[in-house]
Design a protein around this ligand. Sequence first.
Ligand code: MSP
Length: 478
Amino acid sequence: MIYISTPIFYPNDELHLGHGYSMIIADVLHRLHKLCGKTSWLSTGLDEHGQKVAKAASTTCRSPQEHVDILAQLFQKLYSTLDISVDFFVRTTSENHQRTALMVWDKLQQSGVLYKGEYEGWYIPSDEAFCTEKIPGAIWNKEQCVFFRLSAFQDKLLEMYEQDPRVVYPLSARNEIMELIKSGLQDLCVTRTTDWGIKIPGTTRTTNNNDPTSIEYTMYVWIDALTNYITASPSGSYYPQTLHILGKDILRFHAIYWPAILMALGYTEFPRLFAHGWLIQNGTKMSKSIGNVISPQTFLARFGIDALRYFCIRSKRAANDMELDWDNVKTVCEELKSGFGNLCQRLLIQIHKQGGIVPQKCTLKSITTLKSSIENSLHLKDPSECLWNYGATLVDAMKELNKYISDSEPWKKEGDERSEILAFALGGVQELIQCATPLMPSACAKWQKQIDNIDQEKPRPVIIFDEQAIHSPSQPCT
Ligand code: MSP
């Protein structure tokens, strides 16, 4: 069994396409494993604590809990709109997650890696991260806190990356992480004195104005968040056969803090990490704070969910950044519409005219090797290459089938000759539909339904775009 996770998202605002990208990559990989007969478990969820979320709640005049409860419903709706088949949806305010996070905390304390001290330095609330210099948005913090002895794990982390280069993909990201570790790790402040977070029993501190009453610390939101991978795992405890999917901006937390915590807890096997590139808009990362986000609904209204998923996988290798402009979208979506859409549509119309047909084994090379090529992609380990090869394999099969139909011109033939061509092509298309389901679950289900009802209902196009959107002149996607 493989456990695949997405990052858990901050419910400080509605999700944009950049967040959707992490989810689509994870979901396609999850469904691909299942296609190849493997058991796969997919988790996602919400990172509901921390200053960033508390601040967002305060602007709505709701309590943080009311705020995250409302956004949790919106998020769950979006997952189903994006055809994400989640096995576990974590919320960090849930009782079971808080229990897990506190259990991890207790174990860390017992293993002697936590100690009390004072943090003085910069903190950047928009990233919920401590930083060494003043960068835009950073605020100066001076507070009593509990530290995690991260520096003690420097050599062990380096050893882990040297021994097994396949822990982090792409390999260039692994090299960057190794450089970062070599430059020296400082102990990490793992508590906050802000209110909205998991309260840690037994870790009292005096309040800042020296009020004699002592209050509890809250857990630093990244420690809280990383432990979600235990809450959401298929076994309910730490599960090493895990692939964490995440954007490259949060690799440091996953590639340094998380394995160090796991080492402190006594584990010797570590999850694989895949740091994907960003969705770029007008040259910069799509981000709410920059103001260049596209909502999934905007894209879906014009192109639909299958085009969105197709675009995410076919536009670029997932390890690279991907510019989302109309020219890019058009090129990739035209391939989907005139390739897959056209193939299914023209074949099904011919079969409908015939009054139905029994599929036969299609012996075109790309079809007979389709499943095994996909299995080979899955063995690649590097998720970016795996997804890229998967998409290319489907396109090769689609092209060969389209060519077969064009060359054999069933519309010009009659009787057995015509039936044989259609049955052969239908066998191929059914194989293709099954294998393309991880990429486009909705379209494939519709095509299959049309095949099942072919003698009763006239097939209708499944891939439909807003023609105006696809033929509009080049302009940024806003
Ligand atoms: N809550 C943390 C993650 C904790 S996981 C233990 C967080 N949340 S986030 O909501 O800010 O981001 C979630 C994910 O969305 C990250 O993987 C991030 O890289 C991804 N993306 C946000 N904007 C993106 C793009 N423009 N493009 C691609 N991915 C982007 O960080």
